[in-house]
Structures are given as C-alpha cells and as structure tokens.
Design a protein around this ligand. Structure first.
Ligand SMILES: [Mg+2]
Length: 268
C-alpha cells in the first residue's frame, strides 16, 4: 500500500502535462495537496463485517463472548475497539503485547472471511460518488491520495480489496500505527509528505464520517471535510465545526474546487 517507488514513477509519467499547465515552475517544486480518506462510512460500508470479525477473534483468543453492539466503534481505532470490548466484559487486564498480537492475528483471518461473506451477500457497498471522486483526484496531478483510518493497515487492505477500491491509495496512517486517531492522521500526513517529496505539501484534507474524524483531523492540522454518509447526520457533523459538511461525495466538481481553494459556500 505504500509503494512510494512505484507511485513516484506513476506520478512522473502522468503529472508532467497537467502540471505544465497548472504550475509554471519546475515540476519538482509544484505544491501538492494530500486527500486523506477514512474508510468505514466514508468510502464504503461492509454490513458489520468488521465487528463480527472482532467478536469472533475475541472469542477465539480470550474465550469470552461479547455482544458486537456492546460498544460504539464509530471513528475509533482497532486497538481502542479491542480494548473497549475487553473492558466491557471485564477482561481488559488480560490484554498485553502477546495476547494483543494474537487477537489481531485472529481478527485479520476472521475479517478476510467475514468480508468475503459480506461481499458474496452483496452487503459490501461503495458509497455514492466515491469512485468518481477517486478517479478525478487520481487523474489530477496536484493531488496525492492516502488513507487515515483506525483499521489496521492489513485490515484496511482487506476491506478496500473486497470493495474494489484498492489501487487508489499509496500511503496512509492506520490503527496499527497508533491507537490515537490524531497520531495516525499525523503519521498519514508525514508519509504523504515523504511520498510527494521533493514537491512540498500545500494542504492536507481529511474526509471522514464521524465527530472523531473531525476533532482528530483538526487536531492533526488538516482541513476536515465531514461526510454524512455514515451514521451521523449533517447537523450532528456540522455541530463539530468541520471546514465543510457534505451529504455524500457525489458533487465531484465542487469538491475539487474546494480542495483547490474554492469557497466552501458553493457546496453548502
Ligand atoms: Mg468512518
């Protein structure tokens, strides 16, 4: 997922013609904009496959039964979700480096299986406008696409591949980098900066569907675009004071204008 060598080559091949029009300076000095995406509820929905995989893995490793609805996972990282599940059933004291590694190993096996079942059942859904927006960003040389997600890096790859969205993203920050969402977003921005170097990063945009995406995205210094395609309404997200709130990602042209410095009012 972080094949920077391949991406640098791809960028060099595709970027020069567009940049020669958009940027009069040398190619290597053109400022870049990072478009960073949350996965669940922002790019896609998986019909609860992730939580079912957690329940299975916790049962296998800790021999306890947890209710998948016992905690609210929205916007949380996989390490935090695991800790909250175990705390809910009074087993948090058993979580350590060894048992945590076993848990996530079992989780990734269960996730592959649950995601395939969900895909076969037709409950893996790419959200409206996502493919069109990712295609438009991918063909615009001033943007670099990454992920900022609480999923483990391998879990993110599993989910995206089952949704047919793998191949768009070349760097990211993940739950396997940090249990703290601000930390993983900072990691994603840092990897994005290294990915586009020597071109400088002019702006970093975080797309997310929960209040935690908004608060942690802002804490990490990003411009935050909240999308009401998950479980939170536009009003609930607006109350968190993001830079922009959208009902979904279908307004591709206006979204690109905003990312290029247009007025957010054009999308409201
Ligand atoms: Mg989400």
């Amino acid at each position: 997922m972080r094949d920077t060598t391949a991406e640098a080559g791809r960028g060099a091949e595709t970027a020069k013609p567009g940049l020669s029009r958009a940027c009069p300076r040398a190619y290597t000095h053109c400022p870049m904009r990072l478009a960073l995406f949350d996965i669940d509820g922002t790019l896609m929905q998986a019909g609860g496959a992730g939580m079912r995989a957690f329940v299975r893995a916790i049962g296998e490793v800790f021999d306890v039964t947890v209710d998948r609805k016992a905690i609210n996972p929205d916007g949380k990282t996989d390490p935090l979700i695991a800790r909250e599940f175990l705390a809910h059933c009074g087993e948090e004291h058993r979580l350590n480096e060894v048992s945590g590694a076993a848990l996530f190993s079992a989780y990734l096996i269960a996730l592959e299986d649950e995601m395939e079942r969900a895909r076969a059942a037709g409950s893996v859904r790419v959200l409206p406008g996502v493919v069109e927006l990712l295609e438009a960003l991918s063909s615009s040389p001033e943007f670099a696409l990454g992920l900022v997600t609480g999923n483990l890096e391998r879990g993110a790859a599993i989910k995206l591949s089952k949704a047919g969205l793998d191949g768009y993203f070349h760097f990211g920050g993940f739950g396997s980098d940090s249990a703290d969402r601000t930390g993983l977003i900072r990691e994603g921005i840092g990897r994005g900066a290294r990915h586009v170097a020597p071109r400088p990063v002019e702006a970093a945009f975080v797309f997310g569907d929960t209040p935690l995406d908004v608060s942690h995205g802002r804490a990490a210094g990003a411009t935050v675009i909240a999308v009401a395609s998950g479980r939170y309404s536009r009003a609930e997200l607006d109350a968190c004071n993001p830079d922009l709130v959208l009902p979904d990602l279908t307004a591709v042209g206006p979204i690109l204008s905003f990312l290029r410095g247009g007025l957010p009012g054009s999308l409201r």
